[in-house]
Design a protein around this ligand. Structure first.
Ligand SMILES: Nc1ncnc2c1ncn2[C@@H]1O[C@H](COP(=O)(O)OP(=O)(O)OP(=O)(O)O)[C@@H](O)[C@H]1O
Length: 311
């Protein structure tokens, strides 16, 4: 899936809060304080529809809190936002999911003790009035359960988890759990999927597969917003990047240019962030250095061996 051209996404000059041509989320004046501490203070931000947007920022910038607010898992002190043009302030999480905005969560301990297929079935939202209807008519819930199970099995196959169907979710590897989280989120046919650090704890063997699944969400018409610390991942899949620091949106831009923005450099340096700024060039330099050190070491060893043989 090719990246979406930046000019197709924005409807104004690149800056924090830049309007989007086709926004799926429009947020205004959102604040969230804990005691006297302001964790989120977003003036204005728009998330482009049918694109992959990365939300980045140093530790404690407010990214997860902002996710919680948008998805109804937390309430702001102030603020308004719309999803697909509908007001979403005060809408509880289960209704937000029913409207088509879902987020992934780490699997909790309780869910670890359920099988993979049961985790999937828990991801299916109840339709309005369903509980009442199904309690009255067993054939209705049987048909619905069969329909949901078939859907869950299709998704498990797609995410190559079908062989693990009956295993406890807790027995999966870190990467497989991330795949399960994503597959479970898709049980409710979302329009927007929000992923909180989808790559954290995933071993390299599954990284490409996960990236492929995220790209596929966009191809299928969904919008993706993901929090990520690894700038290599951001560069590889994001069409657009929003940068938060100290609760505010301090920059927006394309993945290739946003890290050069002085506001971003300052935000990361000021925060004494523990991940590198993810400059791919920087990483390559380090790799080259390591490579040259290894070559040097090999040459030295060879010289030593030759010297020893000659003795
Ligand atoms: N429930 C809470 N009670 C008190 N403080 C909180 C609470 N939730 C978050 N915070 C604080 O709000 C700030 C923002 O936290 P948040 O988890 O949103 O940041 P983040 O950008 O997601 O960080 P990270 O990248 O480390 O996950 C932090 O200083 C955090 O300690």
């Amino acid at each position: 899936m090719p990246k979406t051209d930046v000019n197709e996404l924005i409807a104004g000059p690149v800056a924090p809060g830049v309007p989007k041509k086709n926004p799926i989320v429009v947020a205004d004046g959102i604040t969230r304080t804990f005691g006297g501490f302001t964790a989120v203070n977003v003036d204005h931000v728009e998330i482009p529809a049918n694109a992959i947007t990365a939300l980045i920022g140093p530790n404690g910038a407010g990214k997860t809190t902002f996710f919680n607010l948008l998805t109804g898992f937390d309430k702001p002190n102030e603020g308004r936002w719309t999803f697909l043009g509908e007001q979403q302030y005060g809408v509880p999480a289960h209704k937000v999911a029913r409207r088509g905005m879902v987020r992934t969560f780490q699997l909790t301990k309780a869910l670890n003790l359920l099988s993979v297929i049961d985790n999937m079935l828990l991801g299916a939202p109840q339709r309005p009035g369903e509980r009442f209807l199904t309690s009255l008519i067993p054939s209705t819930w049987r048909a619905r359960e069969e329909e949901l199970t078939a859907k869950a099995d299709d998704l498990l196959k797609k995410f190559k988890l079908d062989a693990k169907r009956e295993d406890f979710a807790g027995a999966l590897s870190g990467g497989q759990r991330k795949l399960l989280e994503m597959a479970r989120a898709l049980m409710s046919d979302p329009k927007m999927v929000m992923l909180d650090e989808p790559m954290a704890g995933v071993n390299p063997a599954l990284t490409q597969s996960l990236l492929g699944h995220i790209l596929a969400l966009k191809e299928e018409g969904m919008t993706v917003l993901f929090v990520e610390h690894d700038m290599h991942v951001v560069r590889e899949i994001a069409d657009w990047v929003i940068v938060m620091a100290e609760g505010k949106v301090v920059a927006e831009g394309s993945p290739d240019t946003v890290m050069d923005d002085p506001a971003v450099v300052e935000a990361y340096l000021g925060a004494h962030h523990d991940t590198d700024l993810g400059d791919v060039r920087g990483q390559q330099e380090i790799a080259k250095d390591m490579e040259s050190d290894l070559i040097k070491q090999e040459i030295e060893e060879e010289i030593e061996e030759e010297a020893a043989d000659g003795r």
